[in-house]
Write a protein that binds this ligand. Structure first.
Ligand code: DX5
Ligand code: ZN
Length: 220
């Protein structure tokens, strides 16, 4: 069970301190939300900031590209120090190629899909990826409510992963809190992104520990 706090909800005037606090709090990854103002309305972080984040933490960087034609920027994000690079099936016209590019850059490859995109869009690349991400909100902003129908999707992706016989991480992103993490874990997720669910609480360590405990009870 891994927690990947989304740095988008951090206080950017104190980014180094926030990263240190997450490390001390037991975070497993740092989730970095990259938005281009085209695939999603918002504009956020580019390779320059990813490179700064890399220098400020030992935790693996879980980079979520919400950008059109991600193929154009994979090399830049790989060079900036990403450890996992995840692309959207809706944004990559040549999804197979994008996955190969990520792997050739020596990074772990992830694929993700929007709430209205069917799970079947992952089928042809599942044999090649290291991580599948189910979006449980429409991408673009933190602080949105968890879409309940995502639970059924997580179960479907879990079945697809098990059928490959490979070890592929199943991540969920959007609206995850201590109160609903158990349901997502029960559906089959094992990596949990949380932005506001961590950063709106005063004690990150307490929150991340509680999240892990809750998630574990689903597996017990
Ligand atoms: C949404 C982003 C998420 C978001 C998570 O577009 O991909 O990673 O920042 O934030 P919360 O947990 O607040 O929904
Ligand atoms: Zn994200």
């Amino acid at each position: 069970m891994k927690i990947s706090p989304s740095i988008l909800s951090a206080d950017f005037t104190r980014l180094g301190a926030e990263l240190k606090a997450l490390e001390d709090a037991g975070a497993d990854y740092i989730h970095v939300d990259v938005m281009d103002g085209r695939f999603v309305p918002n504009i956020t972080i580019g390779p320059f900031i990813v490179e700064a984040i890399k220098r400020a933490t030992r935790l693996p960087l879980d980079v979520h590209l919400m950008i059109e034609e991600p193929e154009r920027y994979i090399a830049d994000f790989a060079d900036a120090g990403s450890d996992i690079i995840t692309v959207h099936v809706e944004a990559a016209r040549h999804l197979h190629k994008a996955v190969q590019m990520i792997k050739e850059s020596g990074k772990k490859a992830g694929v993700t899909l929007n709430p209205a995109t069917p799970v079947s869009t992952l089928e042809e690349v599942m044999g090649d990826v290291d991580l599948a991400l189910v979006m449980s909100v429409n991408p673009g902003f933190s602080g949105q409510g968890f879409i309940q129908a995502s639970l059924k999707k997580i179960s479907a992706v879990r079945a697809m992963i098990n059928a490959t016989g490979r070890s592929i991480e199943l991540e969920v992103d959007g609206g995850i809190k201590t109160s609903n993490i158990k349901a997502a874990a029960a559906a089959g997720a094992d990596v949990f992104v949380s932005g506001s669910g961590v950063f709106s609480t005063p004690d990150y360590k307490k929150t991340i520990s509680a999240m892990k405990e809750e998630a574990m009870t689903a597996k017990a």
